[in-house]
Write a protein that binds this ligand. Structure first.
Ligand code: DP6
Length: 384
């Protein structure tokens, strides 16, 4: 067998948020969620996995630094992959007894609300699945690493079905539409801060599930209808409907965070000024041209269509000036556009202080995990 496999895997950002678990251990959600998967050429996790009879213990390196393999989520993923390999009879018993080495890195800030655990676990599980020649859907295994990771196993637009079975076998991700379905869709990730977030998603959603009345209302009365509606909007490429549901769901998720006891606050004043700017811009445009959504952090993720990108970027540059404008935008290139003074005077906005938005990542919808042949482990199974 080939004893080293390397995979790159995408980030996904939810438009219908996952927030709350019905089973903590199996990571089973209380509600369905929907996300878009981003292009790995701009943001990705990269993971190499290797197995060899000479390896003495399971070892993992994250961004070059050795970390403990005893993390239960990591253990669960490896155990489930191995038991799937047994069930599918893909690997002999002796190979399964060999230890594994893992080396993984992200090319974007970790734990800043940028879905790094989703990309990381989707990458790990996809790489292990290839190493052990597993053919079946592995989204339910990625889910054991981090709930949202199950959605990064597919490209395009993805739904994670909450499922109802106690063993979680129906809590899987499926693709709504592939990465070519809506080629005009673009994403701007506005990096507000790259510091570690205060309350992890895992802890935050536990507090919300235990204390928020609004969370119960959302799961029963809002998510089922919104999920169906946004899937329709995606299928019909109805941007304004897609955008409206995305913004309302983000706002409701952060309202649940505030409704939790003690309250959890992820958005900052800068996040709220981004929200204001987008609403003003949409009002002035006479249609919903941009949607914002915020995860468990202060960074904004904007969904918009390709032809609106230059205008929106010039507006953000005006409203959130940068001391290094040449490095302000990374990712896909953007046609230069001068700020429209007419729009500015109608928007009535004053520029904020310098560097409130650190930089922007410009990306688009992309494919799921992909195998590549530039490895992070050498032939002895050690990080390169
Ligand atoms: C706000 O998947 O990070 O990003 O399952 O406990 O690992 P665990 O949580 P995680 O939660 C993500 C929450 C969110 C919304 C979303 O991605 O749907």
């Amino acid at each position: 067998m080939s004893n080293i496999v390397t995979v790159i895997a995408p980030v996904n950002i939810a438009v219908i948020k996952y927030w709350g678990k019905r089973d903590e251990k199996l990571i089973l959600p209380l509600n369905d969620s929907v996300s878009a998967t981003f292009d790995t050429s701009v943001m990705c996790a990269k993971t190499s996995v290797s197995t060899h009879p000479d390896f003495v213990e399971d070892q993992i390196w994250l961004n070059g630094k050795e970390e403990s393999f005893s993390n239960p989520r990591l253990q669960n993923c490896l155990r489930e992959i191995k038991s799937r390999a047994v069930a599918e009879k893909t690997i002999t018993e002796d190979v399964l007894s060999w230890k594994v080495h893992v080396s993984s890195e992200n090319n974007f800030p970790t734990a800043a609300g940028l879905a790094s655990s989703a990309a990381g676990y989707a990458c790990l599980v996809s790489a292990l699945a290839k190493l052990y020649k597993i053919k079946s859907d592995v989204s339910s295994i990625a889910r054991l690493g981090s709930g949202s990771a199950c959605r990064s196993v597919y490209g395009g637009f993805v739904r994670w079905h909450a499922g109802s079975k106690p063993d979680g076998s129906d809590s899987i991700a499926t693709q709504i539409a592939d990465s070519n379905h809506w080629p005009e869709m673009r994403v701007l990730v506005l990096v507000v801060g790259n510091t570690q977030k205060k309350v992890s998603s895992t802890v935050g959603m536990k507090i919300s599930s235990e204390t928020s009345e609004l969370l119960k209302h959302r799961i029963q009365h809002c998510v089922p209808q919104r999920t169906e509606e946004i899937i329709e909007a995606i299928k019909n490429k109805d941007f304004s409907k897609f955008a409206e549901i995305t913004m309302k769901d983000s706002n409701q998720f952060h309202a649940i965070c505030l409704d939790s006891y003690p309250p959890i606050v992820y958005m900052t004043d800068i996040s709220h000024s981004i929200v204001d700017l987008i609403h003003k811009y949409n009002d002035l445009s006479g249609e919903t041209k941009v949607a914002y959504t915020f995860d468990a952090g202060s960074n904004a993720c904007l969904y918009l269509l390709k032809h609106d990108v230059p205008k929106v970027i010039s507006l953000i540059k005006y409203a959130f000036p940068s001391t290094s404008p040449e490095n302000f935008i990374t990712g896909l290139s953007v046609a230069k556009e001068e700020i429209n003074t007419d729009i500015l005077s109608k928007l009535c906005i004053e520029p904020m202080g310098m560097d409130m938005i650190k930089y922007i990542i410009h990306t688009k919808i992309g494919e799921g995990p992909t195998e590549i042949d530039s490895h992070l482990l050498d032939s002895n199974g050690l990080p390169i």
